[in-house]
Design a protein around this ligand. Structure first.
Ligand code: AMP
Length: 391
């Protein structure tokens, strides 16, 4: 059965077509800079990469090109071969604690959650409406970033703010990257062969950490929006909220401008003044740049503060998992994090840690807690959920 995954962002759409349940990727395609003058798309098929620079006016044009290419490249001969489409949807509020087949009510809900995730949910909706228009006979499934986290207790998701804000305006911790954290939990459970207490560290351009007890999320670092939690590539993570009004008064910036600074000019980029990409931060450290060193120290400290808190919450985890761009690729960041956890009897095996993007145990034999790298695969998780729901 062929399942298509669609991850629509504000100026990008990523597609992956899977043969299920074999979990074979038949084709993957990225459409980038949609609506901009330098837009392009790339296809990966049979190990080959094809890239084309072409005007992509909007998401509809991108989706049509992708569907035409599926036929041109002979991936399929007929659209009826696709039996389900899984869509990433960022915000599903507490109503959606699992994936669902999309109908009019689901669309209305996703639309009504736009104020909680303006850029993300509206882009996700564009992906949904284009596939309904272009492939009207195929079932669509919504896979929410927030679903996996809906098992948290109120003492983890209610903020210490006026309770009315929670009751009337739904201000609470939702948590994000749920599809990735679920994939990581399922993978480590399968690898070790039993239910576990796990801390999953999704460390990429956006980063979040989750405490999972036998498949149930106990706590997660991201909050009301993906801006909260640990410091990230360009996002600030948790900060003292009075900084906002103080900066607005002193700079004359509007709330939108300050919020933009916290989303796009903070984290690694804000501190280093150089880049939001951890590779460039590591290069800066190698050249003796103090602000790159400071940016990485802050990032590592924030990760350690959540991991050690979750260690206590879980009453000692069995495994700590590292994943996503930084977690999978940066041996330096992993080593610095694990070295700061030595007082909890968590130790690294430097040699085993010297790898990139593969499943690998990286804790030493004398470590009390296992540490693993597991490459994440959100698209595969979306394909699995879609396959389960429609078959
Ligand atoms: P993601 O959002 O999961 O795609 O992660 C993207 C981030 O991973 C990039 O911005 C980089 O900071 C980081 N990254 C990717 N490759 C490496 C690497 N080899 N070393 C350090 N960081 C990396």
């Amino acid at each position: 059965m062929k399942i298509l995954c669609i991850n629509a962002g504000s100026s990008t759409i990523k597609f992956q077509l899977f043969e299920m349940p074999k979990e074979e990727v038949l084709v993957s395609a990225n459409f980038e800079k949609i609506g901009e003058s330098n837009s392009f798309y790339s296809f990966k098929i049979n190990g080959e990469k094809i890239k084309k620079e072409i005007e992509l006016e909007n998401h509809k044009v991108a989706t049509s090109i992708f569907l035409n290419e599926l036929i041109n490249l002979k991936v399929i001969s007929n659209y009826d071969e696709i039996e389900g489409i899984g869509h990433r949807v960022v915000q599903g509020r507490s109503k959606y604690s699992g994936s669902v087949i999309i109908n009019e009510d689901v669309i209305k809900d996703v639309e009504s959650y736009i104020p909680l995730a303006p850029l993300q949910n509206s882009a996700n909706l564009m992906g949904i409406s284009e596939s309904i228009k272009l492939l009207p006979n195929i079932k669509n499934v919504a896979v929410f970033d927030t679903s996996f986290h809906q098992t948290m207790d109120a003492n983890q998701y209610v903020y210490p703010i006026p309770y009315e804000w929670f009751e009337k305006y739904n201000v609470r911790r939702y948590g994000f990257h749920g599809t990735s954290h679920k994939y990581l939990y399922n993978s480590i459970k399968e690898l070790i062969g039993k239910d576990l207490k796990v801390i999953t560290c999704h460390l990429g351009s956006g980063s979040s950490i989750t405490a999972i007890d036998k498949g149930k999320v106990i706590a997660t670092s991201m909050g009301f929006t993906p801006l909260g939690g640990i410091a990230m590539g360009t996002r600030c993570g948790d900060i003292d909220p009075s900084i906002l009004s103080y900066i607005m008064k002193n700079t004359g910036k509007s709330i939108e401008e300050v919020t933009n600074d916290l989303n796009k000019k903070s984290g690694f980029l804000g501190i280093s003044g150089i880049s939001g990409d951890s590779r460039e931060i590591e290069d800066g450290i190698a050249l003796g740049n103090d602000r790159c060193r400071l940016a990485q120290d802050i990032f590592v400290n924030r990760v350690v503060s959540f991991v050690s808190y979750y260690y206590v919450l879980l009453d000692k985890p069995d495994v700590i998992v590292f994943s996503a761009g930084i977690g999978e690729n940066s041996s330096m960041v992993r080593e610095e994090i694990i070295n700061k956890l030595n007082c909890l009897n968590i130790y690294i095996d430097k040699e085993q840690n010297n790898v990139r993007s593969k499943i690998q145990k990286i804790s030493s034999e004398n470590s009390d807690i296992l540490c693993y790298i597991i490459p994440t695969n959100e698209e595969l998780m979306i394909a699995r959920e879609t396959y389960e729901l429609i078959s």
